[in-house]
Design a protein around this ligand. Structure first.
Ligand code: BGC
Length: 911
């Protein structure tokens, strides 16, 4: 029996309503960033969130105003642009439609809204954004590279410097900085900004990102100095395996432009040019894969300050590079995040001195040390120890991942690298003078500064660890581009891995700008529509593009669509539309008789295959069957995008194509009784998930999938391509029991097997470490590979049940439909959508269900309460209808369906 529908919290909401009845606008953003610098979008968009203590709050109108300074904004005089009062419930991505915006100009803005009771919010405080340099001609700086002859083996980091004077009082100063290679810049000895591995990774031949910094506080009136150190980075370091360097060029270079505005209205431009000086310093070598060597004996103290004597330094050479490929940084830069102290200091059986940080992470270790001049310490990095407990680096392949530090002596010294990163949980220390103490070592995680937006918890601690591992897999592999792994000599933007994980990624962190940037890289690297295996494309595999693999290249369609669903921003579809069509067009041209059955494909990468397989248990799925499914899926996504963008001709054209693709599939790969030619989980999963089969055959295909899973004793056998959809398909066809059995499975192959083996990240292989603690194939055995973490999407979207309506993407209209199953007694997810936080939590105890949902202001949801007990329902309907806050739609299967607005919704009653 239902006892109560709305418990204390609702009453509480009612009370708070009286206090905060006025709607409030928070988190004002321009291009999805707070107070961004370096906006080079001609018409930036404004977004904000509503906060209200009141239930069912919707926005009915908004007003945005923009001025060039705060005073004008406050006085409402000399406004640069105002939207006026616009009747609309849109609170995300409102176009700026005023006069053309100027290069480098700061704009200040405010917004207020009206809610559905007609009340206006207060204006937000003044926010700002600053435009980037919009035209190549705005760049007055020159690309400079040192003029001394470089040691071409070690390639030590160049140090570049320039002094200048400011005689007047500085009002504001903005630095625009980029490099071919990596840079770290300083003004008067202080670091410019807190971003690392800048300018980030793009195809530097076509797109080079620059960063923009407010450096007002770094300047002094009088003598000033700019210093910059450069590293080889992705530009010319070893990349895409250990035998390829200088992929983009041979010489690193700096581009630095400093705009100084004085109080008296005048300004100065200090730029990189022939007048700069260059030399080498303490960074003797640095490589992304191999690590960094720093010698403090070579440190040129004060090199980046004004008083330094640079008379012995060389000049610089101007490099003829253009400015037309410069783009402002759109995604969040890489920054420092969590830090870890060793949880254990280990003397291994082989006699090595090892420290365990307890978490497989990506970044580096900072070391404090006291010793004598010339002491040399080497830090090696590894993800795992071997069966005997020794330090294990074979899976790194040739990537050395080692930092070498040489001491100056005479007191405590601190070392940390600049132009490299390592994937590790353990370090091995060699050459440390005396006994190293744990307190002197700090592991620092570095990754793109995406905001954490989601969490999932439940009653099974192993699944909670899995969730943590998924998030750490994301942290470790989102460093300006989404990579396969962060440790061996690869670390590449593998498209297949990224598409498999993208939707999960969007729950865990705000990846909107991260993927917007990378999708531009994808489009940039397409050749005749074909999409490379990795983006940026650094693979040289013969005369043809290393690309065109089903399930990899489809990143070009799958990710834009997923980002559109997650964030509700049409622009990603507008921007990527040609790229999406380009890819589908390439397949069409490659196909024959509507079959895509040519070319190289990775297939269902890393699917289950037992050793010495006499039984034929290997889950091999025909690669062309897979290709046909992805072709259909990509075509469907182009149709979806065309509908959103109102391109009706394309809708028709691609719909006809889709029908032909599916017909050809059914002729070629499906028997007359509905059996697929590949009897694997992945084959059934793809055919079902992408609606390849006629309606009438789907149920029995799902039954076959279930049979297959059961024949493996409730184990999955899927690789990269089948795994993301496996549980979704099972749930969709009513087989939650099997989906939960897979999630809760603890033996190999399963998601929880690595967790039981002590994993703190997602492994590349289901059995990276075998039950007897030996390793899988060392050449392909990463312990930080996010692809299989794609199960996270099912945990958020199905177990907790938080999903968006496709017709109102970005969670403007939601479906909250939890699935109760397996041995779980509770599950909860929290997800910060662009409208605010959504929560869904269910719990069962003694046959009773409690279900707690929270919906942010300016959104609504259809909530599926997981009980259809008629007795419960009758009372619940009465209570719900009486409350007027909700509308009961009725019963669907095992659910009572209720329409709710913003606020909290609670249910307690019989299951
Ligand atoms: C990478 C993968 C990638 C694959 C292509 C590997 O070396 O690590 O994750 O998708 O190659 O099959």
């Amino acid at each position: 029996m239902i006892r109560k529908f709305f418990s204390i919290a609702v009453a509480f909401t009612f009370v708070t309503t009286l206090v905060f009845s006025q709607v409030k606008v928070v988190d004002p953003k321009v291009e999805n960033a707070n107070n961004p610098l370096g906006v080079d979008v001609a018409k930036p968009r404004f977004s904000w969130r509503l906060e209200s203590g009141k239930r069912n709050t919707m926005q009915t109108a908004y007003e945005v105003k923009v001025a060039k300074d705060v005073a004008s904004l406050a006085s409402d005089k000399k406004l640069f642009w105002t939207s006026g009062k616009v009747n609309s419930d849109q609170s995300l991505y409102i176009d700026y439609t005023g006069p053309a915006l100027e290069s480098g100009q700061k704009y200040f803005w405010q917004v207020r809204v009206w809610d559905n009771t007609g009340k206006a919010s207060p204006w937000t405080g003044a926010s700002m954004w600053q435009m980037g340099l919009l035209k190549p001609a705005d760049w007055k700086a020159k690309w400079i590279t040192p003029s001394y002859e470089e040691d071409s083996v070690m390639r030590p980091s160049p140090y570049l410097r320039k002094t200048f004077q400011t005689t007047k009082k500085v009002q504001s100063a903005t630095a625009y900085v980029s490099a071919l290679g990596l840079y770290e810049a300083f003004i008067n000895g202080k670091r410019v900004g807190d971003a690392y591995l800048t300018p980030g990774w793009t195809n530097y031949a076509k797109r080079v990102q620059y960063q923009q910094y407010d450096v007002t506080n770094l300047l002094t009136q009088g003598n000033n100095a700019i210093g910059a150190a450069l590293g080889s980075g992705w530009y010319r370091g070893y990349i895409a395996f250990s035998n390829q360097k200088n992929f983009y060029g041979k010489d690193v270079a700096l581009l630095f432009q400093l705009q100084v505005n004085y109080d008296d209205g005048s300004s100065d431009l200090i730029v990189s040019d022939e007048t700069w000086k260059s030399s080498t310093g303490e960074i003797l070598a640095s490589e992304i894969y191999h690590g960094e060597t720093i010698d403090h004996q070579k440190t040129k103290g004060g090199w980046n300050t004004a008083g330094f004597d640079d008379s012995g330094w060389s000049g610089v050479r101007v490099k003829s590079e253009g400015y037309d490929k410069l783009v402002a940084t759109y995604n969040e830069p890489i920054r420092k995040h969590e830090t870890f102290k060793p949880i254990k200091v280990i003397k291994t059986p082989a006699g090595e001195l090892v420290m365990d940080f307890g978490q497989n992470l990506v970044g580096w270790v900072q070391m404090k040390i006291t010793g004598k001049a010339g002491d040399k310490v080497t830090l090696y990095h590894a993800e795992v120890l071997d069966k005997k407990g020794n330090f294990y680096t074979e899976n790194l392949r040739p990537a050395k991942q080692q930092n070498i530090y040489i001491l100056k002596g005479g007191g405590e010294e601190t070392f940390e690298p600049h132009f490299t990163f390592q994937g590790f949980r353990y370090i091995k220390i060699e050459g440390y003078p005396g006994e190293p103490k744990a307190e002197n070592f700090t592991a620092i995680a570095l990754y793109s500064d995406m905001k954490l937006t989601g969490n999932f918890t439940c009653s099974n601690p192993l699944i909670n660890q899995l969730q943590k591992n998924i998030q750490w897999g994301q942290r470790g592999n989102f460093l300006d581009v989404p990579t396969d792994c962060p440790q061996r000599d690869e670390r590449l933007g593998w498209t297949g891995d990224a598409q498999a994980f993208a939707r999960t990624a969007s729950y865990n962190f705000d990846v909107k700008n991260f993927f917007s940037k990378w999708l531009k890289d994808v489009a940039n690297e397409q050749v005749d529509g074909n999409v490379p295996f990795v983006v940026p494309n650094v693979l040289r595999w013969g005369p043809n593009l290393a690309g065109g693999s089903a399930g990899w290249a489809d990143a070009a369609t799958i990710i834009p669509w997923n980002m559109y669903l997650a964030y509700g921003d049409k622009r990603v579809l507008e921007d990527q539309y040609e790229s999406m069509k380009g890819w589908v067009g390439w397949i069409e041209r490659t196909s024959k008789n509507d079959l895509w059955n040519t070319g190289f494909h990775f297939g269902d990468w890393l699917f289950y295959r037992p050793f010495d397989d006499n039984d034929g248990r290997s889950a091999v799925t025909d690669k062309y069957l897979i290709a046909q499914c992805f072709w259909a899926h990509s075509t469907q996504l182009v149709i979806n995008a065309a509908k959103v963008l109102g391109k009706n001709d394309d809708v028709q054209k691609y719909s006809a194509m889709l029908q032909r693709i599916k017909d050809a599939f059914n002729k070629e790969y499906v028997t007359s009784t509905g059996r697929l030619v590949s009897s694997t989980q992945t084959a059934y999963v793809l055919a079902l998930n992408f609606d390849m089969l006629p309606e009438a055959q789907r149920k029995q295909a799902a039954d076959r999938l279930v049979e297959n899973v059961k024949s493996y004793g409730n184990h999955l056998s899927t690789g990269f391509l089948g795994t993301p959809y496996l549980c979704h398909v099972l749930s969709r066809f009513g087989h939650d029991d099997v989906a939960f059995a897979l999630l809760e499975q603890e033996t190999y192959p399963s998601w929880l097997y690595p967790v039981k083996m002590g994993a703190t990240t997602i492994w590349e292989r289901w059995d990276g470490i075998k039950p007897d603690s030996t390793f899988q194939t060392p050449g392909m055995n990463s312990f930080n590979h996010y692809a299989y973490g794609a199960i996270g999407d099912w945990m958020y979207r199905v177990v907790a049940g938080i999903d968006t309506e496709e017709s109102a993407p970005g969670y403007k209209s939601m479906v909250i439909r939890p699935h109760i199953g397996g041995k779980l007694t509770h599950a909860a997810a929290e997800y910060e959508t662009k409208y605010g936080v959504v929560r869904s939590a269910w719990k069962i105890a003694d046959g009773k269900l409690t279900f707690d949902v929270e919906i942010p202001a300016n959104t609504k949801a259809v909530v599926y309460v997981p009980t259809s007990k008629q007795s419960s329902l009758r009372e619940s309907q009465k209570e719900l209808n009486a409350s007027k806050d909700f509308k009961v739609r009725g019963v669907e299967g095992n659910y009572t369906v209720v329409e709710v607005g913003s606020g909290r919704f609670q249910f307690a009653g019989d299951l």
